[in-house]
Unconditional design. Sequence first.
Length: 326
Amino acid sequence: MSIQIHNLSRVYATTTGIFKKSKKEIQALHQISLEVQPGELFGLLGPNGAGKTTLTRILATALLPTAGEAKVLGFDVVKEAKQIRPRIGIVFGGDRGLYWRLSGYDNLDYFATLYNIPTEISRKRITEMLELVGLADRADERVEGYSRGMKQRLHIARSLLHDPELLFLDEPTIGLDPVAAREQRKVIHNLKRAGKTIFLTSHYMFEVDELCDRVAILKQGSILVSDTPASLKKLVTDLEVIELECFGVPPERVAQIRDHHLVISVNVVTDEQSQTLQVQAPVGADLVQDLLAILNGIQVRKINSRQPTLEDAYVKLMDGETKIRA
């Protein structure tokens, strides 16, 4: 087993107030239990603040748990951290941790030295890793000239120099533009095909659906469910999603739609040009005319009905009520 976690908890102690300070405990993780198989790409989903990074840091031996047990590659994260660290690679979201005035190649050469990789081996590994992440043709350029996506791919190359058995990717596409994020997902997919065990955290549902063998959904430090993306989507096979593209829908009209007896949930997606109301309802509810009546006087540009996605299942699970409040 690559990862074994049993009743793992983590509590942070903090203080509140300016003049009259009082101590407060924050439960970041609460009795987490899960397993990750060798060669598996396991995804951890959850909103910001759910505890994803905390769990990743504990498994990577960068943070101690408060209670419970966790083993990585058969070693205890508290008692046997020194045996774990040479066997894992870590990539945290963001572009820190690189030397911008050095070239991509020289960055990897420096980190290979820190990993104590012999020169005759490191030269070959650096070339292979630059090819893997698609940076071979930019290897001699300074990192300060790299895009954010290129820096993220260089982070992955750095984490693979010592050929780790297990790779931790903490929100590896955060802040990337769509093209760069797609390139990053391609790199991750290639790592999976090469047989690497990967523990991936994200809050991008489509990303997890595309990449992961199994996924766990984390909410306020607790795991709601752990299963394959396909199985999670079966939770909403009895629903359909009606999308209405419009503009200037007042909150009271949204509330009216939400209160309709056949509506399961309403999510409002807003951009500079329009609003899209995503309405979950039972299959065959035939709600369109009722929705248009509620939106009377508001221009509705487009109406579309689609099958629910992993994101729809996620929304339903995160709320846990008959009426999901978006």
